[in-house]
Design a protein around this ligand. Structure first.
Ligand SMILES: Nc1ncnc2c1ncn2[C@@H]1O[C@H](COP(=O)(O)OP(=O)(O)OP(=O)(O)O)[C@@H](O)[C@H]1O
Ligand SMILES: [Mg+2]
Length: 285
């Protein structure tokens, strides 16, 4: 683990001593043995116009576990994440090969509506992006869009989502104030609350803590630990410490290829590939 500790330079080092061990959950129980595959990425390739950026990826992502994606800038982490809920669809000239299955069904199945796919998947971005509305309206936005306006249901969703995002106690007396009145860490938790208001199955998080200080980061990490009881979570992070702390499985991508995918403990303590070892120990990236 020392190599990981010493390599934690990207996000500053003040989170370094918080919980330095690799998550113990990942050690004794194999994720595959306990949890079925929720998302299956099969021979997946992706192109922006003529440029191929993902190459023949194969990954089975277990349900109700945290899977981290790590790798140097530009290796394709966000592209892969955004393809899982087909957020890249509107970019001209894109194409893919292979497939991504969710519970056995292709996300590209012509009978599957993209809207219904996205209802099953919540997404949280690097920079929190609340709507210019109140805290309350941010959370109920997707319900209102779906025509659900019953006050008791909206109130209940606001309370349960904010509680699940560990934000309720801090905002319960100011639900109708602007979301922009919150601190950065609170705004990010609001975005998580908004992402889970629709009760998705999957949460995709693209560097959710990179703009946050160590205390806010710790809160989000604790929250991820709680949320995985209900959700399958994929988190992209540049922070090796964070990947080691929060995830059960880790995928290391390099130049669009999946170099290694295994239990987090294996990736950090005993990787099979020399490139993985070099990256997690901070020798490049
Ligand atoms: N909309 C786009 N059009 C064309 N190329 C793109 C587009 N988005 C990303 N790319 C290219 O695809 C490759 C992968 O980018 P991606 O954003 O997925 O990397 P990343 O691993 O998330 O990087 P970072 O860690 O910097 O966020 C890069 O070469 C990038 O330039
Ligand atoms: Mg990215």
């Amino acid at each position: 683990m020392n190599a990981v500790l010493e390599s934690d330079t990207k996000n500053g080092s003040s989170t370094r001593q918080r919980r330095p061990e690799v998550s113990s959950r990942s050690g004794s129980e194999s994720a595959e043995a306990v949890n079925a595959s929720h998302i299956s990425i099969q021979n997946y390739g992706f192109f922006y116009g003529p440029t191929q950026v993902l190459f023949d990826l194969n990954m089975d992502i277990p349900e109700r576990r945290v899977t981290a994606m790590i790798g140097p800038s530009g290796c394709g982490k966000s592209t892969l994440l955004r393809n899982i809920n087909r957020m890249n669809d509107l970019i001209p000239g894109i194409r893919h090969s292979g497939d991504i299955l969710i519970e056995g069904m292709s996300i590209y199945d012509p009978y599957l509506e993209v809207i219904s796919l996205r209802k099953r998947i919540g997404m949280v971005f690097q920079k929190s992006n609340p709507f210019p509305k109140s805290i309350y309206e941010n959370i109920v936005y997707s319900l209102r869009v779906a025509g659900r306006n019953k006050k008791s249901e909206l109130d209940e969703t606001v309370e349960s989502s904010l509680k699940a995002a560990a934000l309720w106690d801090e905002v319960k007396d100011r639900l109708h104030e602007s979301a922009f009145s919150l601190s950065g860490g609170q705004m990010q938790r609001l975005c998580i609350a908004r992402a889970i208001a629709n009760r998705p199955e999957i949460l995709l998080m693209d560097e959710p803590c990179s703009a946050l200080d160590p205390i806010a980061t710790g809160k989000i990490e604790d929250l991820i630990e709680e949320l995985k009881k209900e959700y399958t979570i994929i988190i992209v992070t540049h922070n090796m410490q964070q990947a080691a702390r929060v995830s059960d499985r880790t995928a290391f991508l390099y130049m669009g290829k999946l170099i290694e995918y295994a239990d987090t403990e294996t990736i950090f303590m005993n990787p099979r590939e020399q490139q993985t070892e070099a990256y997690v120990s901070g020798k490049f990236g």
